[in-house]
Design a protein around this ligand. Structure first.
Ligand code: URA
Length: 187
């Protein structure tokens, strides 16, 4: 991790800006290559992530790793992975608007510091937040966007948990979204 990301992670590790601080075992800040060309943004840590302090280390993470290898030809160590909220919501409930808002500065700083060419948002929470929209992921996905005022591309796709639940059709769409992300990195 670069020095500045380390400082940000240290700040996050003592954050008490929202109620999620009360139930956490760890702050799951993010991980991977700090000069990655692709950054993935999920929703929030689950139980396993909270235990280990690392993002996407459960079933969703295993699927994400497989798709990274099969569709983008990369290992997870080549990308940067983080979440909208860095602390586990109790019982894996949805993160609340005030929790998302409290954590947003960390995510925005991570984007600026990692400086990826492409951001892939996984699911509704990350996609709606970073695209500043209320439109759901089913409608959003299938194309790329420009992230904010930057030159970065943003590719919204389903959350891997949706693919685990939703089967072949969701998975096929995720695959094609990741191919789109790879093409944008290479363009
Ligand atoms: N789901 C997420 O959104 N993030 C994780 O880190 C793990 C599961």
């Amino acid at each position: 991790m670069s020095t500045t990301l380390n400082i940000l992670a240290a700040e996050a590790s003592i954050c008490t800006a929202c109620v999620l601080a009360e139930g956490r075992s760890s702050v799951v800040f993010g991980g991977g290559s700090t000069d990655a060309k692709v950054m993935f943004v999920g929703e929030g840590p689950g139980a396993r992530e909270d235990d280990l302090g690392l993002p996407f280390v459960g079933r969703s993470g295993k699927l994400l790793e497989r798709l990274l290898a099969e569709e983008m030809g990369v290992e997870r160590s080549a990308v940067y992975i983080t979440n909208v909220v860095k602390c586990r919501p109790p019982e894996n409930r949805d993160p609340r608007p005030n929790e998302i808002e409290a954590c947003r500065p960390f995510l925005e700083k991570q984007v600026a510091l990692v400086d990826p060419v492409v951001i892939v948002t996984l699911g509704n929470f990350a996609s709606k937040l970073l695209l500043k929209t209320d439109i759901g992921i089913t409608k959003l996905r299938g194309q790329s966007y420009v992230y904010g005022k930057s030159q970065r591309h943003l590719v919204p796709t389903f959350h891997p948990a949706a693919a685990l639940r939703g089967g072949a059709e969701v998975l096929a769409k995720m695959r094609s979204d990741l191919v789109r992300a790879k093409m944008l990195v290479e363009s």
